[in-house]
Design a protein around this ligand. Structure first.
Ligand code: PHE
Length: 343
């Protein structure tokens, strides 16, 4: 048995010296050391040995196993190293080839401006509310004091889907929805950015789809002066601390009194193309929430008052970035959009 073990040791080490790939190493491991391998086969004869011989042969068998294992490991490492080297030689890599740049997107100018405006109002304690672009006639008009056949509906030519459903013409329906949801709780202090739709012929200053941000504040003792203060703060944060605002009397069915609000033009009042030489740019409609609108949404108009405004995001973006055609925002010309990479 001793001779058989020594013979096995010799043969295995010999054979291992002559193999050339890593799969064969595995095969030889099975052949010599596997469950049905040569070593196991020899050790099956252990039972026939005398008590004195058994530990000696056992020890020898262990040494043989260790020798073979060690050699297997050595050969395996050597072969793998060789294989990697061969592979590296085969697959040469030309690191001088120019890379393929990945196009990085950037935010749309309207998104940038919406985020800036949101920041300003969040800083004044407003929260952002969401509404629906496809809206019910009730919220878009009726709940805003514009019953069916009211002549003021003509101010906003609409895309109707059915008799009762339309593409919202302004973000004001969010006022009605928010108040309804808040069930008479105050204060209500929200802004709502979103797309609105009106039937209009597109040109440099008109688009049938555009973006508004609605603002609404309802509570006790909310006054017109609060509206002025909030809008002045907004104008100065957006356009610099020298910016001023001007309120002109106007009419909206859902506010009383109502005002159009202008912001001083960047030309500093000297007159330019953007302000059409007036020194002012009209940016929003506003007013004190009409008592009927409060009542319809479940608020006691004797106890609570509110102000609301709706501003045009495109107007503000055009003023801020000196853009002279509103259609630029919607035609997705990359040459235009890429300019806003880092503003
Ligand atoms: N919804 C009005 C418009 O689109 C703007 C507005 C909002 C006016 C809130 C007053 C109060 O023209």
């Amino acid at each position: 048995m001793r001779e058989r073990l020594e013979q096995l040791n010799k043969e295995a080490l010999e054979e291992l010296c002559h193999i050339g790939n890593s799969q064969l190493v595995q095969d030889l491991r099975v052949k010599y050391l596997g469950k049905k391998g040569r070593l196991t086969e020899i050790l099956r004869g252990m039972g026939k040995l005398s008590a004195e011989e058994r530990p000696i042969i056992g020890q020898l068998a262990n040494t043989v196993r260790e020798n073979i294992e060690q050699k297997l490991e050595e050969v395996k490492v050597a072969i793998e190293k060789k294989e990697i080297e061969a592979k590296l030689q085969r697959e040469s890599l030309d690191v001088t080839l120019p890379g393929r740049p990945i196009q990085v997107g950037n935010r749309h100018p309207l998104t940038l401006v919406i985020e800036q405006i949101e920041d300003v109002f969040l800083g004044m304690g407003f929260t952002v509310a969401e509404g629906f672009e496809v809206e019910q006639d009730y919220y878009n008009f009726e709940a805003l004091n514009l019953p069916k056949d009211h002549p003021a509906r003509d101010m906003q030519d609409s895309f109707y889907i059915t008799e009762e459903i339309l593409m919202r013409t302004h973000t004001s329906p969010v006022q009605a929805r928010t108040m309804e949801k808040m069930e008479g709780e105050v204060p209500v202090k929200i802004i709502c950015p979103g797309r609105v739709y009106r039937r209009d012929n597109d040109d440099a200053t008109h688009s049938h789809v555009f973006t508004q941000i609605e603002g609404l504040m309802v509570g006790e003792n909310v006054r017109m002066s609060d509206l002025k203060g909030v809008l002045l703060e907004f104008a100065q944060q957006m356009f610099g601390e020298n910016a001023g605002i001007r309120l002109r009397p106007s009419f909206f069915p859902f506010t009383e009194p109502s005002a159009e609000v202008d912001v001083t033009c960047m030309c500093g009042g000297e007159g330019c193309k953007i302000c059409k030489n007036t020194g002012w740019i009209e940016v929003l409609g506003s007013g004190m929430v009409h008592p009927r609108v409060l009542e319809m949404a479940g608020y006691d108009s004797e106890k609570y008052t509110g102000f609301a405004f709706g501003l045009g995001v495109e107007r503000i973006a055009m003023k801020k970035y000196d853009i002279d055609d509103i259609r630029q925002f919607y035609t997705n010309d990359l040459r235009f959009l890429k300019q806003f990479n880092r503003v």
